[in-house]
Design a binder for this molecule. Structure first.
Ligand SMILES: Cc1ncc(COP(=O)(O)O)c(C=O)c1O
Length: 288
């Protein structure tokens, strides 16, 4: 489905319209630090008994009505890969308050092995149901090994105390950028409440390939590193790995995502950037 351009998350009307008897869960990505939730979406999902899974990889520290994203749905995932708000070089985490989900995830991160399960009752049930197997080697799920290491943990724990202060600086920078970008050139009407952006979003208003070329040239000339299509390669249904599963020209059914695919960018928003540097960046971007 398409996105809401003000939050870059899935459009809630389209999410609710697509839910049917086969829907097992809604997996919503909070893109680029924006809060993708509304009270209406959360309460409708609750009412319909559809679990929400929040992808918070790009939005550490962001909130919905003062509540941290990732603490609202059944479960959530975060990335600590080094392009994100905090890093363990590689790695991430899954959060949940659900006992059964938690124990399934413990097994899933370790080849699907049930001996990782910490709830004695659940672990014992697997053992009792599989008397022909060694209790130490019951593989419940097809899975891979995604356990992190002590080294990653040390890095993460030392980065964690700085996270809130860094997020505050990034929010200051992002707000300054949005205020100073030329609204005739760039889309600036984002929902900023609760956001925690690690990247500056640049979305050209017009579908103007010549302007886009000028912007890219300008950024290259000025040494401004950027990613076109915003995060992760733009419209995913255009990516080769998805193409075998989609309708012909299906990407045209998602005009907002298509716009970002061709005219959306992101540039790193580092806590070390000063206000002067942000204003200098705006000057460069507005001069195209
Ligand atoms: C929204 C989102 N989900 C998932 C991931 C994957 O995270 P990782 O690189 O830690 O596997 C990313 C990575 O950038 C992301 O931006």
């Amino acid at each position: 489905m398409d996105i809401n351009p003000r939050t870059l998350a899935m459009d809630e009307d389209q999410v609710l319209a697509k839910i049917n008897d086969n829907t097992r869960a809604v997996f919503l990505t909070h893109a680029q630090g924006f809060n993708g939730l509304s009270d209406r979406l959360v309460s409708e999902l609750e009412k319909r008994g559809v679990p929400l899974i929040e992808d918070v990889c790009e939005s550490h520290g962001a909130t919905h009505k003062g509540k941290k994203l990732g603490s609202i749905g059944l479960a959530s995932n975060f990335s600590f890969y080094f392009a994100h708000h905090m890093s363990t070089i590689e790695g991430g985490m899954v959060c949940t308050n659900d006992e059964a989900f938690y124990n399934a995830i413990l097994a899933l991160r370790s080849h699907g092995m049930t001996r990782e399960i910490q709830n004695d009752e659940i672990r014992q049930k697997w053992i009792d149901e599989n008397p022909e197997l060694s209790p130490d080697f019951i593989f419940a799920y097809p899975a891979i090994n995604t356990r992190n290491t002590e080294i990653g943990a040390v890095l993460g724990r030392s980065a964690l105390p700085r996270l809130d202060a860094n997020n505050a600086l990034r929010t200051r920078n992002f707000t300054l950028l949005i205020k100073n970008l030329d609204p005739n050139i760039y889309f600036t009407d984002f929902v900023l409440e609760g956001s925690s952006n690690y990247a500056f979003n640049l979305i050209l208003k017009e579908k103007d390939p010549a302007l886009r070329d000028r912007l890219e040239k300008k950024m290259r000339d000025e040494g401004v590193e950027f990613r076109r299509g915003s995060a992760g390669g733009g419209n995913q249904v255009r990516q080769p790995y998805v193409r075998p599963y989609i309708r012909e020209n299906e990407w045209l059914e998602y005009p907002e995502v298509e716009h970002i695919h061709y005219y959306g960018y992101y540039v790193g928003n580092y806590p070390s950037m000063s206000e002067e540097q942000v204003l200098e960046l705006c000057k460069v971007l507005n001069s195209i």
